[in-house]
Ligand binder design. Structure first.
Ligand code: DX5
Ligand code: ZN
Length: 220
């Protein structure tokens, strides 16, 4: 029905060695590399943007799953498209008035659109984006408040995942925040198939083993 996708969050990597960290994760079995783009405004943290995606792209062919925690996602479409981003997941809280234009522009730059929602945002808010001609095929359900790695998984977000999975059997449902061996079962039994994991993978003595464990939990 849906395929397991394991996406280590590069936020937990050694940024000074991004290319080799990316290669290490791919050798450990990662499907995607999750890139957290923060602007210091939508969230109280600042990370990376198009120039770093462009630099990393020169070293890898991997799917770069960009998660835009920014106030004006539209401004990032052109530069990220040029830089070689693969997925462009924006927050509904930052695009309530212009998501239609945003989705069209993302597609026109050859990227795959996704929509994310913060813990306080009801799931119903993304429904209009999942139906119709320009339907989005990926929803990223935040399982922590966006901004930082290493926070505690919020199990109460699994109601959103469950509701989405019932309504959209073939949707890619991505979860992000606090995922690891002790929380993966809650997420996958609710219906998540795309797993972002930062500290649990990078902090493990054997990241490949954690990636294998996460993958094994997704019901394909
Ligand atoms: C948080 C980011 C996450 C973060 C996850 O705002 O969106 O991708 O890196 O880190 P962990 O897995 O450590 O919670
Ligand atoms: Zn993220």
């Amino acid at each position: 029905m849906v395929k397991a996708i394991i996406a280590p969050s590069m936020l937990s990597s050694d940024f000074a060695n991004l290319a080799s960290e990316a290669e290490r994760m791919l050798n450990c079995g990662a499907d995607w590399l999750h890139m957290d783009i923060m602007d210091g405004h939508f969230v109280p943290n600042l990370t990376l943007g198009a120039p770093i995606i462009e630099s990393l792209r020169k070293h890898t062919k991997a799917y770069l799953d960009c998660h835009l925690m920014v106030t004006n996602p539209l401004d990032y479409v052109e530069p990220l498209g040029k830089a070689g981003a693969s997925g462009f997941t924006f927050h509904i809280e930052a695009s309530r008035d212009n998501w239609q234009e945003l989705v069209q522009r993302i597609k026109s730059k050859g990227m795959k659109p996704g929509v994310s929602l913060k813990p306080g945002t009801p799931i119903e808010e993304v429904y209009p984006l999942l139906d119709g001609e320009n339907a989005i095929e990926l929803v990223l359900v935040m399982t922590v408040e966006p901004g930082f790695g290493g926070q505690k998984f919020m199990p109460e977000m699994m109601d959103k995942v469950h509701t989405l999975r019932k309504k959209y059997p073939s949707l890619d449902i991505e979860v992000d925040g606090g995922l690891g061996p002790s929380t993966i079962e809650a997420a996958t039994s609710a219906g998540a198939n795309c797993i972002v994991a930062g500290s649990s993978v990078f902090g493990a003595p054997d990241p490949a083993q954690v990636i294998t464990l996460l993958r094994g939990s997704v019901e394909e």
